[in-house]
Design a protein around this ligand. Structure first.
Ligand SMILES: [Zn+2]
Length: 349
């Protein structure tokens, strides 16, 4: 961490570095194409990359040499990332990861694109969400990108009966509570389940884990099991036996969760079924204990939002929903499908 000290002092304000205005005459000369249409060419270049900034994230990444990194240099999103965001056929976490991998220019000391990918995908969910919020804040800097106008459906009886239209609430993304873990450089933990007295090894939520939980939440038939899968995807060993699951153990080639894992004629791979059954049968006392461990040890964001309904005045407590089209396209009035996707953000419900 010592090497990062100077950087941290400089950048603690988390103010994005804004690059705008006209270039110096020297830069203009360098960039001017031979035919003399310098202004047009310059406009295009600056539009492609208006802002970037370096931010300290919750959690972080430990590389193979054991070095910890938690300062992230991000560049603003461009058209290519917007295309990824618009592809609603991809799960939210896949789009999030892909956009982050592209927009992270440096992660601590890591600058090699392949290693950056590994580092981003090796970071826990809270860390990636933190990067995503920063990215949103300054990618739309000119339009007060830190204010997210989120749509909320009022849950009061009056509004539900009247089928009232969703209302909009302003969420200041800089104000979202960020909780670092007590040991950010640690990603695996060993505990003993208090009821059954069995040793368990678990790891922080990984991108593969995200994807599995999101796939489970996306299907009507499996949605009820989100809490169970939220535990399954974090487990590594149970009583000394490897019970970790990967994407292939649970999802089909199209990324959908394979159903029938609870019944006799399961089509899911045995590894996935066994891990699921193990956690499903686990005593609530032990499951709650594990969930508490997850919450205490994982870097996370406080994603609860209070939103007062302008119609009936009821204060709705809702989860920050980053999957609304307005999150990355604040000005767009596009008809992108809106899907509420609260389940991903909970530690298993
Ligand atoms: Zn209402």
């Amino acid at each position: 961490m010592a090497e990062n000290d100077q950087e941290e002092v400089e950048l603690r304000s988390a103010e994005p570095i804004k690059m705008s205005g006209r270039p110096s005459p020297f830069l203009q000369a360098v960039r001017a194409p031979q035919d003399g249409e310098a202004d047009w060419e310059y406009g295009r270049i600056t539009e492609a990359q208006p802002v970037e900034g370096i931010f300290p994230v919750v959690g972080g990444y430990v590389d193979r040499a054991g070095k910890f990194h938690n300062m992230v240099h991000l560049r603003a999103t461009s058209g290519e990332e917007e295309d990824i965001w618009s592809d609603m056929s991809l799960p939210f976490c896949v789009r999030m990861n892909e956009v982050l991998v592209r927009c992270v220019k440096r992660y601590g000391d890591i600058t090699n694109p392949g290693e950056i990918r590994q580092a981003v995908l090796g970071s826990s969910q809270g860390t990636r969400l933190d990067m995503l919020l920063y990215l949103r804040c300054f990618s739309n800097y000119e339009d007060k990108g830190w204010i997210y106008k989120m749509d909320v459906e009022c849950g009061s009886i009056i509004c539900t009966m009247a089928e009232s239209a969703p209302f909009s609430v302003d969420v200041n993304l800089y104000d979202v509570g960020r909780y670092d873990s007590p040991h950010p450089e640690q990603s695996e933990y060993e505990v003993v389940l208090p009821r059954i007295k069995v040793p368990v090894r678990w790891r922080r939520m990984t991108p593969a884990g995200d994807q599995i939980v999101e796939a489970v939440a996306a299907r009507e038939e499996s949605r009820k099991d989100v809490a169970t899968w939220g535990v399954v995807v974090r487990l590594l060993d149970y009583d000394g036996k490897d019970v970790s699951v990967g994407l292939d153990d649970v999802l089909d080639k199209t990324g959908r969760v394979i159903l029938g894992y609870g019944g006799r004629r399961s089509k899911m791979k045995p590894r996935g079924v066994e891990a699921y059954k193990l956690v499903k049968k686990m005593a609530t006392y032990d499951r709650d204990f594990l969930r508490e461990q997850f919450m205490d040890s994982e870097p996370s964001l406080d994603l609860e939002v209070s939103a007062k309904c302008p119609e009936c005045g009821m204060v709705n407590r809702v989860r920050l929903d980053l999957n609304q089209s307005g999150f990355f396209f604040p000005k767009a009035t596009s008809a992108l499908t809106k899907r509420t996707f609260s389940s991903l953000w909970t530690v298993g419900g």
